[in-house]
Each structure stands twice: as C-alpha cells, then as structure tokens.
Design a protein around this ligand. Sequence first.
Ligand code: ZN
Length: 263
Amino acid sequence: MSETHTATILLTKEDPAPVKLRNMEFSSPYLLVCDHAGRKIPQSLGDMGVPASDWNRHIAWDIGIAEVARHISDFLKAPLVEQAYSRLVIDCNRKPGHRGSIPEVSDGTIIPANKGLSAEERHAREEGIFWPYHQAIEYEADIRGTIILIALHSFTPVYQQQERPWHLGVLHNRNPVFALEFIKQVEQLSDGPWIVGSNEPYILTDENDYTIPRHAEASARPYLELEIRQDLIDAPEGQRLWAARIAEVIEKTRTALSQEPSK
Ligand SMILES: [Zn+2]
C-alpha cells in the first residue's frame, strides 16, 4: 500500500503551486487564462531526461505568452489564471487521456520521463497539476458571473519548414461572435496591417483543445482564443507593445458588441 501511495505524490512543499493568480481583486468583464505560461518541472521528475536546450523551445511552453498575458491583465485590470508547470509535464489544453496530454514525443523530441507511465503516475500528473488549474478557472468564471473568457497562446514562426505569416491567430468553433468581431476590429485598425488568421495556425476542436470547449463553449460563454507569433513577443519591448495593442482591440470588440441593437 505504501508504495502505491508514494507513487501518486507528484508535488511536495518544495514545488511551486500549479496555479498562479494575478489581479484577482478586480471586478472585470474578462477572465484571462494561460494554459502554457510556465515551464516548471516537479522536483521529483528531475529534468525529465530532456536536454537543457529543449527547455528553451516551444515544446516546453508558449514562449513570451506569460509576460504578454500579465501585461494584458494589468492594462485591462482583469484577473489572470496561469499554469506554472511545463506542458511536457502535462498539457492543460488537452483532455486527460489524449495522446498529447502527457506527450512521449513532442515535435521530434523524445520525453523519457513520459514513456510507459502507469495509471497511478498519469493520475498524479492530473491530480497535482491539471485539475487544480481547471478547478481554479471554473471557480473564478462561476463567481464572476457573465465574463468573456480569453485564452492566450503563442506559436512558432516556422513549423515543418513552413513560414507562418500571421501576426495573430484567432481560433473559434461554437459561438464565434466575439472572435469574429475581434478579427473585424483588427482589420479596421489604422496602425495595421496586422495579418490575422481565422482558425490559423490551428483550428479549435473538442479533440485537440480543452480549455475553451470546457469553460466557454459548454456554457455558451463568450470567448477569445488568441495565438500570437513568438518572434513578436520574445523580448520585453514586443511583449509590452503587443499586449497594449491586443488589450485595446479586446476593449473595442466588447464595446462594438455591446452597442449592437438586439434582435
Ligand atoms: Zn499554447
């Protein structure tokens, strides 16, 4: 019994909490979430057998997005829920059990610590990191009533030798009203042109996403899932600049939708 029990403990008091909160004291029409903000590793997993150079790659986290999310949170005075741990430990935008949830390989890199996990080891990742994060989002969304959920991510400028031209990608599936208005507002900006992809470089699906389907689409809550190209936000200046631009468009989008005559 004691062996089984020990194997299920992932985080100790030496490890940081999985959920990071910011600006929670503000009452805001928005709730910001950042699934891939962090790249912490539980001490019990060491370096997971992954070389140090790979911990700087996009496979470990969404480069630049934590800083952008914090700036947007400060500009809008909106609460932000961030995941502290690397998506190589467990991906918080994949349903538990999905093949990408605890990836054995990520963009060509083998993740030795994720090979052949027992059910208990998977369960420990879910209980220690995945569920506390999603419970925090659910709690904050519920107590705040009518909010717009904003999920922030970043993407690599080149993938499989293909250049990705978009500055921003807006992902949407069910109930795309806020997303489509956001795209319209970007296209109307005078300091453009920004290239904004609609469902680029990814599409939003129940299969490959978790956060928006679970916390927004399931309850018909308005949402924006935004992807930002990493080379624009890999340094402090760009992080602040793009956060300011995005915060402004988010506000314009909300204003435009609130002024539409109801049908
Ligand atoms: Zn991401």
